[in-house]
Design a protein. Structure first.
Length: 750
């Protein structure tokens, strides 16, 4: 027989599962995802194929990530991502979750992380007949007077069956005595209330007690039952029962009423005397939940609060109270306690999905977080307004019911802000409003959107010629506003050529530091300046770069001795001098012979010297000096002597567009050594580099233009060439392209 019952139960369960699947398929077809499963299934039991019903690809579901979030603190469901099945996360007891609520529906959300989408799923927990009816008291003690009239009704405690529907309590049965019968009344709430009816007059002398058995039966297959024993004591006559002042007592209280407050008092009167008129109050039957909240004082009828009320847990309580006297007579009344909502719950913000980092080139409207906001209060107190903190490039968009998406409002710039703490604020509609907030931490990833920037618009430097190879010329510096590898700057020389050779053979750039080094020793006479470009390139992919011009000026040094072009040096084959000129080192001397007729007129040309220096500037300024010789050089064979004189002259010297004039006084003149040198022993002419003698001949340089000092030998037979002011005219020099040309002529007839 047990096997047959078990077989029927298995078949019934299979039929129920099939019905649930069909209902789920129908719901999905109409845009709603809803499943039904029986309670008490083991953990991991199949609920529904969400991947199929939502047309989600399993590969995409696994790659993007998906999870199930149940409403409330307990997670009743889980997702098998590899199959796309919704399964139970633990054994579900419908009676524990929903008590007498029908239908019992659990809601959860399927969140697809990669798509930032939410799918709402409802799962109805179907009741199975796993609870039998039960009475709170298994043994009931009742009393009645022997004069109680037949037809009198005695309320009996109800049996409770935690199941619902056809599995719940369906009927009562009474057995044990002919004096009593059972009547079942249907209450306003649909509950069946058993009553004991006196069917036959009692006689205490015949029977002082009557034993009865009350049975409660549910509608399951097979039916489950529960029993309670009733012991009715027959009392002597008590002809007045207590009577309540009203049938229903109602009161409205706010949910924040203090514990210990008296909510209301019930009152019943009994005209009997003594114990028969002593009225006591009680809850004939009350649930464990209600008994933990309310307390009825038996002597006064005051109902007091013993635990805080919560509108969100229950907004109305209906209690039955009983007044009974000492003789066992009683009366019943109903108490209705309505709880009004108080704004005592702040909005709750739950971050269901969020990114921890985002690229700075993310398009506006990119979803960075999915948040759920709810308020457990009702009415205006439960209406929630959400906002974001100021000064952030994000905005809120409503996604689904109480879900909001946090999206980018504009393009991001990591160089302005590398991370954000986005505050999501929620405020309800209460007065005053309650608020809550949640912070989303978001890091902005760098994109290579900034090219290196040089510290200067252009660079220039001076390098003396004859520098050492590898000498540091200058350092260029560039900075990049990006971060990490994108901000790592490397330098290189742009291609170019100079004098037929690549620039990279002249200078090099250190890639890491930007230091510019000379690779060779420069010669000013060959290269006077370099124009080059240095490129700074970051480490991005692709890299960004910028260029800067660098001008390198080669500074001249006095590294070239003057060269006499005319008269030519002896032995050159050109007259009495060389053909190509002579290069005179410091202190070099060569001799030449210049003759002038004795009858030469004043102003007649005597000699001309042309010299050149390859250097520039002051290093190319030249001076010519006629130096004296010992007196013996001026003694002729015939014993005729001439006079050696020094003269002061007016000097005009031009060099590199610079002009200077200096007049030397005649006080430097002297008369010495009458002499007439032979034609083959001319006075030597010395050409010197001014820079080489600047320190040693400072006084002479100060006295003559350009630092030049000129002395000449008087031609034999010539008279003094002083002017009317006792001054001697200096021969005029012309410097064209650093060539010193000296013309020496007589000033008056000798």
């Amino acid at each position: 027989m047990c096997a047959a019952r078990e077989g029927r139960w298995v078949r019934r369960r299979r039929s129920l599962l099939l019905c649930c699947v069909l209902v789920a398929a129908w719901e999905a077809a109409w845009g709603q995802l809803r499943y039904s499963v029986p309670e008490e299934l083991p953990k991991g039991s199949f609920v529904g194929d969400v991947a199929k019903d939502l047309a989600l690809e399993l590969a995409a579901l696994r790659a993007r990530g998906a999870r199930v979030v149940s409403q409330g603190r307990t997670q009743y469901f889980a997702l098998l991502a590899n199959r796309g099945h919704l399964v139970t996360a633990e054994r579900i007891d419908r009676e524990q979750i929903c008590e007498n609520v029908e239908p019992c529906v659990l809601r959860c959300e399927l969140i697809v992380e990669g798509e930032m989408k939410v799918y709402t799923t409802s799962v109805e927990i179907v009741d199975i007949n796993d609870n039998k009816p039960s009475f709170k008291k298994l043994d009931l003690q009742m009393k009645t007077s022997e004069i109680t009239a037949p037809g009198t009704r005695f309320p009996l405690p109800k049996a409770h069956d935690r199941d619902v529907g056809s599995n719940s309590l369906q009927s009562y049965a009474l057995s044990g005595d002919e004096h009593f019968s059972l009547s079942v009344q249907a209450g306003a709430d649909g509950e069946k209330r058993p009553e004991l009816v006196l069917a036959k007059a009692l006689d205490r002398e015949e029977a002082a007690f009557h034993e009865l058995l009350l049975t409660a039966i549910d509608g399951g297959e097979p039916a489950l039952t529960g029993t309670a024993r009733i012991r009715m004591a027959v009392l002597d006559a008590n002809d007045n029962a207590p009577a309540f002042s009203q049938e229903v007592y109602s009161v409205r209280v706010p949910e924040d009423v203090p514990v210990g407050s008296t909510l209301l008092s019930v009152t019943a009167t009994d005209p009997d005397d003594g114990t028969n008129g002593d009225v006591q109050y009680s809850f004939p039957e009350i649930s464990d939940k209600d008994s933990n909240i309310f307390h009825l004082e038996s002597g006064t009828g005051a109902i007091k609060l013993v635990r805080n009320l919560d509108f969100e847990d229950g907004d109305i309580y209906e209690l039955g109270v009983q007044a009974h006297d000492g003789g066992g007579l009683s009366d019943t009344a109903k108490v209705s306690i309505s709880v009004t909502d108080v704004n005592d719950n702040a909005p709750e913000i739950s971050v269901r999905s969020a990114l921890s980092e985002i690229s700075e080139d993310a398009a506006p409207g990119t979803v960075v977080a999915l948040v759920h906001v709810q308020d457990r209060d009702s009415g205006g107190n439960g209406e929630v307004r959400c906002s974001l903190g100021e000064g952030v490039p994000f905005r809120l968009e409503r996604a689904l019911d109480d879900y909001y998406s946090v999206v980018t409002a504009r393009e991001l710039d990591r160089e302005q802000a590398s991370e954000y703490n986005v505050t999501v604020r929620a405020a309800d509609g209460g007065s005053p409003a309650l608020r809550s907030s949640a912070v989303l931490a978001l890091r902005v990833l760098d994109v290579n959107d900034n090219a290196p920037v040089f510290a200067e618009a252009r660079y220039s430097a001076r390098l003396p010629e004859n520098n050492a190879e590898g000498a540091l010329v200058l350092t260029v510096r560039a900075s990049d506003a990006d971060w990490g590898q994108n901000a790592r700057v490397r330098y290189r020389l742009r291609e170019g050529r100079l004098r037929g050779a690549p620039l990279s053979s002249y200078v090099s750039v250190q890639a890491e530091t930007g230091a510019l080094y000379a690779l060779r020793s420069f010669d000013y006479e060959e290269v006077r300046e370099l124009e080059l470009w240095v490129r700074a390139e970051d480490g991005g992919a692709p890299p960004l770069s910028s260029n800067v011009s660098v001008r390198l000026l080669i500074a001249d040094e006095n590294d070239n001795a003057p060269q006499v072009l005319y008269p030519p040096a002896p032995g050159s084959g050109l007259g009495s001098g060389s053909g190509s000129g002579s290069d005179l080192g410091s202190g070099s001397v060569w001799a030449g012979v210049e003759l002038a007729p004795r009858s030469a007129e004043p102003g007649a040309l005597v000699a001309k010297v042309v010299a050149v220096d390859a250097d520039a500037g002051q290093n190319a300024w030249l001076s010519g000096t006629l130096r004296g010789v010992p007196a013996s050089h001026f003694v002729g064979i015939d014993g005729v002597r001439a006079f050696l004189r020094s003269y002061s002259h007016d000097v005009s010297l031009t060099a590199d567009s610079r002009k200077s004039q200096l007049r030397c006084a005649a006080g430097s003149c002297c008369d010495t050594l009458p002499a007439r040198p032979p034609p083959d022993e001319p006075a030597p002419l010395r050409a010197e580099d001014v820079a080489a003698h600047r320190a040693a001949d400072t006084d002479a340089l100060m006295r003559c233009a350009g630092g030049s000092v000129f002395r000449e030998r008087q031609i034999p037979g010539r008279t003094n060439m002083k002017n009317a002011n006792n001054e001697t005219k200096l021969p005029r020099y012309k410097n064209v392209s650093r060539i010193l040309a000296t013309e020496w002529s007589t000033q008056k007839k000798t």
